[in-house]
Design a protein around this ligand. Structure first.
Ligand SMILES: *Cc1c(COP(=O)(O)O)cnc(C)c1O
Length: 322
Protein backbone atom coordinates (compact mmCIF):
# COMPACT_ATOMS: atom_id res chain seq x y z
CA UNK A 1 0.00 0.00 0.00
CA UNK A 2 1.20 3.49 -0.81
CA UNK A 3 2.28 5.72 2.05
CA UNK A 4 1.80 8.91 0.01
CA UNK A 5 -0.75 11.09 1.78
CA UNK A 6 -3.87 12.03 -0.18
CA UNK A 7 -4.39 15.69 -1.15
CA UNK A 8 -7.27 18.02 -1.92
CA UNK A 9 -6.91 17.03 -5.60
CA UNK A 10 -7.80 13.48 -4.56
CA UNK A 11 -10.93 14.79 -2.82
CA UNK A 12 -11.96 16.55 -6.05
CA UNK A 13 -11.35 13.35 -8.05
CA UNK A 14 -13.41 11.39 -5.49
CA UNK A 15 -16.25 13.92 -5.83
CA UNK A 16 -16.33 13.21 -9.59
CA UNK A 17 -16.35 9.44 -9.02
CA UNK A 18 -19.20 9.42 -6.52
CA UNK A 19 -21.34 12.01 -8.35
CA UNK A 20 -24.68 10.45 -9.24
CA UNK A 21 -24.02 7.43 -6.98
CA UNK A 22 -23.83 8.98 -3.51
CA UNK A 23 -26.60 11.29 -2.33
CA UNK A 24 -25.86 14.95 -2.10
CA UNK A 25 -27.13 15.19 1.48
CA UNK A 26 -29.06 18.20 2.76
CA UNK A 27 -27.59 21.01 4.85
CA UNK A 28 -30.18 21.78 7.53
CA UNK A 29 -30.58 24.57 10.07
CA UNK A 30 -32.59 25.01 13.25
CA UNK A 31 -33.74 28.35 14.65
CA UNK A 32 -33.76 26.83 18.12
CA UNK A 33 -30.13 25.75 17.76
CA UNK A 34 -29.14 29.15 16.35
CA UNK A 35 -30.84 30.86 19.29
CA UNK A 36 -29.17 28.53 21.79
CA UNK A 37 -25.66 29.31 20.48
CA UNK A 38 -26.22 32.83 19.23
CA UNK A 39 -24.68 31.55 16.01
CA UNK A 40 -25.70 30.44 12.53
CA UNK A 41 -25.32 26.65 12.49
CA UNK A 42 -25.32 24.43 9.40
CA UNK A 43 -25.73 20.67 9.82
CA UNK A 44 -24.41 18.48 6.96
CA UNK A 45 -26.75 15.54 7.35
CA UNK A 46 -24.94 12.34 6.40
CA UNK A 47 -27.56 10.42 8.35
CA UNK A 48 -29.46 10.79 5.05
CA UNK A 49 -26.57 9.36 3.00
CA UNK A 50 -26.99 5.96 1.27
CA UNK A 51 -26.86 3.18 3.88
CA UNK A 52 -27.22 5.88 6.52
CA UNK A 53 -23.68 7.22 6.97
CA UNK A 54 -20.87 9.10 5.23
CA UNK A 55 -18.89 5.84 4.93
CA UNK A 56 -20.55 5.18 1.58
CA UNK A 57 -18.47 8.02 0.10
CA UNK A 58 -15.08 6.49 0.85
CA UNK A 59 -16.20 2.95 0.07
CA UNK A 60 -17.61 3.84 -3.34
CA UNK A 61 -14.55 5.93 -4.19
CA UNK A 62 -12.14 3.15 -3.21
CA UNK A 63 -14.01 0.39 -5.06
CA UNK A 64 -14.41 2.56 -8.18
CA UNK A 65 -10.63 2.53 -8.53
CA UNK A 66 -10.30 -1.28 -8.69
CA UNK A 67 -8.92 -2.67 -11.96
CA UNK A 68 -10.76 -5.40 -13.89
CA UNK A 69 -8.98 -8.24 -12.09
CA UNK A 70 -9.66 -6.77 -8.64
CA UNK A 71 -13.32 -6.28 -9.55
CA UNK A 72 -13.70 -9.87 -10.69
CA UNK A 73 -12.18 -11.24 -7.47
CA UNK A 74 -13.84 -8.76 -5.13
CA UNK A 75 -13.28 -6.86 -1.92
CA UNK A 76 -12.89 -7.92 1.72
CA UNK A 77 -13.45 -5.78 4.81
CA UNK A 78 -13.60 -6.39 8.55
CA UNK A 79 -16.28 -4.45 10.35
CA UNK A 80 -19.51 -4.94 12.22
CA UNK A 81 -20.54 -1.36 11.66
CA UNK A 82 -21.18 1.20 8.95
CA UNK A 83 -18.04 0.37 6.96
CA UNK A 84 -19.35 -3.16 6.37
CA UNK A 85 -22.65 -1.89 4.99
CA UNK A 86 -20.90 0.75 2.91
CA UNK A 87 -18.55 -1.78 1.31
CA UNK A 88 -21.35 -4.28 0.69
CA UNK A 89 -23.58 -1.66 -0.97
CA UNK A 90 -20.81 -0.07 -3.06
CA UNK A 91 -19.67 -3.53 -4.20
CA UNK A 92 -23.19 -4.45 -5.28
CA UNK A 93 -23.54 -1.19 -7.21
CA UNK A 94 -20.21 -1.81 -8.94
CA UNK A 95 -21.13 -5.43 -9.56
CA UNK A 96 -18.35 -7.11 -7.59
CA UNK A 97 -18.39 -9.65 -4.76
CA UNK A 98 -17.88 -8.44 -1.17
CA UNK A 99 -16.79 -10.55 1.81
CA UNK A 100 -17.26 -9.03 5.26
CA UNK A 101 -15.64 -10.53 8.36
CA UNK A 102 -17.80 -10.00 11.44
CA UNK A 103 -17.62 -11.25 15.02
CA UNK A 104 -20.05 -14.12 15.76
CA UNK A 105 -21.77 -11.95 18.35
CA UNK A 106 -22.32 -8.96 16.01
CA UNK A 107 -25.87 -7.56 16.36
CA UNK A 108 -28.27 -9.53 14.17
CA UNK A 109 -29.61 -6.30 12.65
CA UNK A 110 -26.14 -5.35 11.39
CA UNK A 111 -25.52 -8.81 9.93
CA UNK A 112 -28.91 -8.69 8.22
CA UNK A 113 -28.26 -5.19 6.84
CA UNK A 114 -24.89 -6.23 5.41
CA UNK A 115 -26.37 -9.40 3.87
CA UNK A 116 -29.29 -7.33 2.60
CA UNK A 117 -26.83 -5.26 0.57
CA UNK A 118 -25.45 -8.47 -0.93
CA UNK A 119 -22.36 -8.88 1.25
CA UNK A 120 -21.14 -12.39 2.10
CA UNK A 121 -20.66 -12.42 5.88
CA UNK A 122 -17.92 -14.66 7.31
CA UNK A 123 -17.96 -14.97 11.09
CA UNK A 124 -14.98 -15.14 13.39
CA UNK A 125 -14.71 -15.76 17.12
CA UNK A 126 -13.47 -12.54 18.68
CA UNK A 127 -11.98 -14.42 21.64
CA UNK A 128 -10.21 -17.12 19.60
CA UNK A 129 -9.38 -15.78 16.15
CA UNK A 130 -7.14 -12.94 15.11
CA UNK A 131 -9.33 -11.23 12.52
CA UNK A 132 -6.39 -9.59 10.78
CA UNK A 133 -4.66 -12.93 10.28
CA UNK A 134 -7.92 -14.54 9.19
CA UNK A 135 -8.70 -11.65 6.83
CA UNK A 136 -5.29 -11.72 5.26
CA UNK A 137 -5.46 -15.51 4.78
CA UNK A 138 -8.86 -15.23 3.06
CA UNK A 139 -7.70 -12.28 0.96
CA UNK A 140 -4.64 -14.20 -0.16
CA UNK A 141 -6.45 -17.46 -0.86
CA UNK A 142 -9.11 -15.82 -3.02
CA UNK A 143 -7.15 -12.84 -4.33
CA UNK A 144 -9.46 -10.33 -2.60
CA UNK A 145 -8.51 -6.68 -2.08
CA UNK A 146 -8.68 -5.56 1.55
CA UNK A 147 -10.20 -2.11 2.14
CA UNK A 148 -9.72 -0.82 5.71
CA UNK A 149 -12.28 1.51 7.32
CA UNK A 150 -10.15 4.67 7.58
CA UNK A 151 -6.43 4.32 6.91
CA UNK A 152 -6.46 4.28 3.11
CA UNK A 153 -5.93 7.24 0.73
CA UNK A 154 -9.09 6.55 -1.32
CA UNK A 155 -11.20 6.24 1.83
CA UNK A 156 -9.83 9.53 3.21
CA UNK A 157 -10.35 11.34 -0.12
CA UNK A 158 -13.94 10.04 -0.39
CA UNK A 159 -14.82 11.16 3.14
CA UNK A 160 -13.52 14.66 2.30
CA UNK A 161 -16.34 15.15 -0.21
CA UNK A 162 -18.99 15.78 2.49
CA UNK A 163 -17.24 18.98 3.59
CA UNK A 164 -16.73 19.95 -0.06
CA UNK A 165 -20.51 19.89 -0.57
CA UNK A 166 -21.04 21.74 2.71
CA UNK A 167 -18.71 24.62 1.75
CA UNK A 168 -20.28 24.76 -1.72
CA UNK A 169 -23.54 25.56 0.02
CA UNK A 170 -22.40 27.76 2.90
CA UNK A 171 -19.17 29.40 1.72
CA UNK A 172 -16.35 29.69 4.26
CA UNK A 173 -17.28 29.02 7.90
CA UNK A 174 -15.73 30.18 11.19
CA UNK A 175 -15.75 26.74 12.83
CA UNK A 176 -16.45 23.15 11.82
CA UNK A 177 -17.11 20.19 14.18
CA UNK A 178 -16.47 16.63 12.95
CA UNK A 179 -16.92 13.21 14.63
CA UNK A 180 -13.65 11.31 15.09
CA UNK A 181 -12.97 7.59 15.25
CA UNK A 182 -9.96 6.39 13.27
CA UNK A 183 -9.81 9.73 11.49
CA UNK A 184 -10.87 9.03 7.89
CA UNK A 185 -13.67 11.59 8.06
CA UNK A 186 -11.65 14.20 9.94
CA UNK A 187 -8.51 13.92 7.79
CA UNK A 188 -10.54 14.07 4.55
CA UNK A 189 -12.48 17.05 5.92
CA UNK A 190 -9.17 18.72 6.82
CA UNK A 191 -7.87 18.39 3.23
CA UNK A 192 -11.01 20.15 2.01
CA UNK A 193 -11.19 22.77 4.77
CA UNK A 194 -7.62 24.00 4.40
CA UNK A 195 -8.37 24.87 0.75
CA UNK A 196 -12.03 25.93 0.89
CA UNK A 197 -11.98 27.79 4.22
CA UNK A 198 -8.36 28.22 5.34
CA UNK A 199 -9.24 30.30 8.42
CA UNK A 200 -12.01 28.00 9.67
CA UNK A 201 -11.32 26.45 13.09
CA UNK A 202 -11.52 22.71 12.55
CA UNK A 203 -12.36 20.46 15.53
CA UNK A 204 -12.44 16.68 15.72
CA UNK A 205 -14.73 15.31 18.42
CA UNK A 206 -14.41 11.90 20.08
CA UNK A 207 -16.07 10.13 23.00
CA UNK A 208 -14.64 11.23 26.33
CA UNK A 209 -14.14 7.57 27.31
CA UNK A 210 -11.85 7.04 24.30
CA UNK A 211 -9.81 10.21 23.81
CA UNK A 212 -6.81 8.57 22.09
CA UNK A 213 -7.05 11.11 19.26
CA UNK A 214 -6.88 14.03 21.69
CA UNK A 215 -3.91 12.45 23.44
CA UNK A 216 -2.22 11.79 20.09
CA UNK A 217 -2.87 15.30 18.81
CA UNK A 218 -1.51 16.92 21.95
CA UNK A 219 1.53 14.63 22.34
CA UNK A 220 2.50 14.57 18.65
CA UNK A 221 2.50 10.78 18.35
CA UNK A 222 -0.09 8.07 17.91
CA UNK A 223 -1.39 6.96 21.33
CA UNK A 224 -3.09 3.56 21.60
CA UNK A 225 -5.81 2.79 24.15
CA UNK A 226 -7.98 -0.21 25.04
CA UNK A 227 -11.34 -0.35 23.23
CA UNK A 228 -13.36 2.36 25.02
CA UNK A 229 -16.78 1.82 26.61
CA UNK A 230 -19.17 4.29 25.03
CA UNK A 231 -22.50 4.32 23.20
CA UNK A 232 -20.63 5.94 20.26
CA UNK A 233 -19.91 2.56 18.62
CA UNK A 234 -18.61 4.15 15.40
CA UNK A 235 -15.79 5.80 17.35
CA UNK A 236 -14.63 2.86 19.48
CA UNK A 237 -11.30 2.87 17.70
CA UNK A 238 -8.12 2.26 19.69
CA UNK A 239 -5.83 4.55 17.68
CA UNK A 240 -5.55 6.89 14.69
CA UNK A 241 -4.00 5.64 11.45
CA UNK A 242 -0.55 6.06 9.92
CA UNK A 243 -2.14 8.18 7.14
CA UNK A 244 -4.90 9.91 9.08
CA UNK A 245 -2.70 11.04 11.98
CA UNK A 246 -0.18 13.25 10.13
CA UNK A 247 -2.99 15.01 8.25
CA UNK A 248 -4.90 15.62 11.49
CA UNK A 249 -1.75 16.75 13.32
CA UNK A 250 -0.93 19.31 10.62
CA UNK A 251 -4.37 20.59 9.62
CA UNK A 252 -6.77 20.35 12.59
CA UNK A 253 -7.06 23.03 15.31
CA UNK A 254 -7.99 20.82 18.26
CA UNK A 255 -9.62 17.57 19.33
CA UNK A 256 -12.55 17.87 21.77
CA UNK A 257 -14.59 15.23 23.60
CA UNK A 258 -18.23 14.55 24.42
CA UNK A 259 -19.67 12.31 27.15
CA UNK A 260 -22.34 9.70 26.47
CA UNK A 261 -24.79 11.95 28.36
CA UNK A 262 -23.92 14.85 26.00
CA UNK A 263 -24.59 12.56 23.03
CA UNK A 264 -27.98 11.47 24.33
CA UNK A 265 -28.94 15.11 25.01
CA UNK A 266 -28.04 16.03 21.41
CA UNK A 267 -29.81 12.98 19.96
CA UNK A 268 -32.89 14.03 21.90
CA UNK A 269 -32.57 17.62 20.67
CA UNK A 270 -32.25 16.46 17.05
CA UNK A 271 -35.23 14.12 17.37
CA UNK A 272 -37.57 16.53 19.13
CA UNK A 273 -36.59 19.83 17.49
CA UNK A 274 -35.42 18.75 14.03
CA UNK A 275 -37.32 15.45 13.56
CA UNK A 276 -34.03 13.74 12.82
CA UNK A 277 -32.71 10.38 13.96
CA UNK A 278 -28.96 10.53 14.55
CA UNK A 279 -26.85 7.67 15.92
CA UNK A 280 -24.73 8.36 19.03
CA UNK A 281 -21.47 8.67 17.06
CA UNK A 282 -23.19 10.91 14.56
CA UNK A 283 -23.95 13.42 17.35
CA UNK A 284 -20.33 13.98 18.47
CA UNK A 285 -19.92 17.21 16.49
CA UNK A 286 -23.32 18.58 17.48
CA UNK A 287 -22.68 17.80 21.16
CA UNK A 288 -19.30 19.59 21.11
CA UNK A 289 -20.73 22.66 19.35
CA UNK A 290 -23.52 22.86 21.93
CA UNK A 291 -20.92 22.37 24.66
CA UNK A 292 -18.99 25.40 23.42
CA UNK A 293 -22.15 27.43 23.70
CA UNK A 294 -21.79 31.19 23.67
CA UNK A 295 -18.12 31.04 22.65
CA UNK A 296 -19.52 30.59 19.14
CA UNK A 297 -21.61 33.77 19.39
CA UNK A 298 -21.92 35.61 16.09
CA UNK A 299 -20.11 32.86 14.15
CA UNK A 300 -21.06 30.75 11.15
CA UNK A 301 -20.64 27.18 12.33
CA UNK A 302 -20.66 23.85 10.46
CA UNK A 303 -21.38 20.46 12.01
CA UNK A 304 -21.00 17.15 10.22
CA UNK A 305 -23.74 14.76 11.35
CA UNK A 306 -22.00 11.54 10.35
CA UNK A 307 -24.71 8.86 10.51
CA UNK A 308 -28.13 7.72 11.62
CA UNK A 309 -27.90 3.96 12.06
CA UNK A 310 -29.19 3.33 15.55
CA UNK A 311 -31.24 0.38 16.66
CA UNK A 312 -34.69 1.71 17.58
CA UNK A 313 -34.84 -0.36 20.78
CA UNK A 314 -31.53 1.22 21.85
CA UNK A 315 -32.86 4.65 20.93
CA UNK A 316 -35.90 4.09 23.14
CA UNK A 317 -33.66 3.03 25.99
CA UNK A 318 -31.42 6.13 25.65
CA UNK A 319 -34.42 8.44 25.58
CA UNK A 320 -36.31 6.86 28.44
CA UNK A 321 -33.19 6.86 30.64
CA UNK A 322 -32.35 10.50 29.87
C1 LIG B 1 -17.05 5.41 11.16
C2 LIG B 1 -17.89 6.48 11.73
C3 LIG B 1 -17.33 7.61 12.36
C4 LIG B 1 -15.84 7.78 12.54
O1 LIG B 1 -15.19 7.90 11.31
P1 LIG B 1 -13.61 7.73 11.17
O2 LIG B 1 -13.32 7.95 9.74
O3 LIG B 1 -13.26 6.34 11.66
O4 LIG B 1 -12.99 8.76 12.07
C5 LIG B 1 -18.17 8.61 12.80
N1 LIG B 1 -19.51 8.50 12.69
C6 LIG B 1 -20.10 7.44 12.10
C7 LIG B 1 -21.58 7.40 12.01
C8 LIG B 1 -19.30 6.39 11.61
O5 LIG B 1 -19.90 5.32 11.02
Amino acid sequence: MTTVLPTFQDVLAAADRIAGHAHRTPVLTSRTLNAELGAEVFLKCENFQRMGAFKFRGAFNALSRFDADQRRRGVIAFSSGNHAQAIALAARMLDMPATILMPQDAPAAKVAATEGYGGKVVFFDRYQDDREVLGRALAERDGLTLIPPFDHPDIIAGQGTAALELFEETGPLDALFVPLGGGGLLSGTALTTRVEAPDCKLYGVEPEAGNDGQQSFRSGQIVRIATPRTIADGAQTAHLGALTFPIIRDKVDDILTATDADLVASMRFAASRMKQIIEPTGCLGLAAARGMGRQLQGQRVGVIVSGGNVDLADLGRYFSAG
